[in-house]
Design a protein around this ligand. Structure first.
Ligand code: ADP
Ligand code: MG
Length: 274
């Protein structure tokens, strides 16, 4: 359907549209001298939903940004360890950043559509950045398909050419999800995507996540324990002791972690005791 991106080496080592396994191996991170993550190892299985939970400041967002090479955009940031996408190191020096980004989409807490750009153009705005060329017909298809997957199509199909900035907050967030999905990512990273949303929009986003299970690997940071329990297959609990870097205390199947936490600190956290 698409022309290959210009100027990239071929074949794309991450090519494919199926959900991919993401494997973090002993990932540590620093901002300047300050270590903020300590040897985090976590396998995020293909097609599953992995929830990252833990108090503020324990490095969840930093870990998520490491998974799509955004961490390195901070001038003081450094990193150790490996991130493998279906076994291929996304930090391999011979590999372009765009190849990782194209396969690993990201949605942030604050919806960030281009406000003056139409809903239609917002939805396909990621294609060019990902080096994907599409005809008008292909774009028409992608816009409907992505907006349907993001549970937004019915609400916007009659006003696709109106500005994205005119949508409600919850609709803007779903527009950002549609924009991420339009490039057919194999992994979708979501950093507290519902924390600024009303309950109805939150439910819609959760429906979208449920419908993507098996098709896209999802890693979601959430402070809402009920949400983690509802939507995730696997859960990882991050914690940073005072002045110490963040680390994973415990991870495993969500049901087991909520019902039989192995560590007292996990039990306290999932039961709202800190
Ligand atoms: P969380 O998402 O779990 O709340 P973060 O990953 O945002 O945690 O932050 C982890 C630690 O790294 C915090 O102590 C935070 O202050 C620090 N930090 C985050 N971003 C930066 C940055 N750009 N420069 C310096 N320190 C940062
Ligand atoms: Mg955060």
């Amino acid at each position: 359907m698409f022309d290959p991106p210009e100027g990239e080496g071929f074949p794309d080592p991450f090519a494919g549209s199926e959900a991919a396994e993401l494997d973090a191996k002993a990932v540590s991170a620093w901002f300047g001298e300050r270590k903020v993550l300590d040897r985090v190892s976590l396998t995020m299985e293909a097609g599953q939903v992995t929830a990252l939970i833990g108090p503020s400041g324990c490095g969840k967002s930093t870990f998520l940004r490491i998974l799509n090479r955004m961490h390195e955009m901070v001038p003081t940031a450094s990193l150790a360890g490996q991130v493998l996408l279906d076994g291929a190191d996304i930090y391999d020096p011979g590999r372009r950043v765009t190849l990782a980004r194209r396969n690993i989409g990201m949605v942030f807490q604050k919806a960030n559509p281009f406000p003056a750009m139409s809903i239609y153009e917002n939805t396909v705005a990621g294609l060019k950045l990902a080096g994907i060329k599409a005809s008008r017909l292909e774009k028409d298809f992608l816009v409907e398909d992505s907006l349907r997957k993001a549970s937004l199509w019915d609400e916007v199909k009659d006003r696709l050419h109106q500005p994205g900035g005119g949508l409600s907050g919850g609709q803007q967030q779903r527009l950002c999800i549609a924009r991420s999905l339009a490039v057919s990512p194999r992994v979708l990273l979501m950093d507290e995507p519902c924390s600024a949303l009303d309950p109805t929009s939150t439910r819609r986003v959760e429906e979208t996540i449920a419908s993507l299970r098996g098709l896209v690997t999802i890693v979601i940071v959430t402070h809402n324990m009920q949400q983690a329990a509802r939507i995730s297959d696997t859960c990882a609990f991050f914690l940073a002791a005072h002045n110490a870097p963040g680390a994973i205390v415990e991870h495993g199947p969500t049901d087991a972690m909520f019902q039989y936490p192995q560590d007292q600190r996990t039990s306290d956290y999932v039961n709202g005791r800190f």
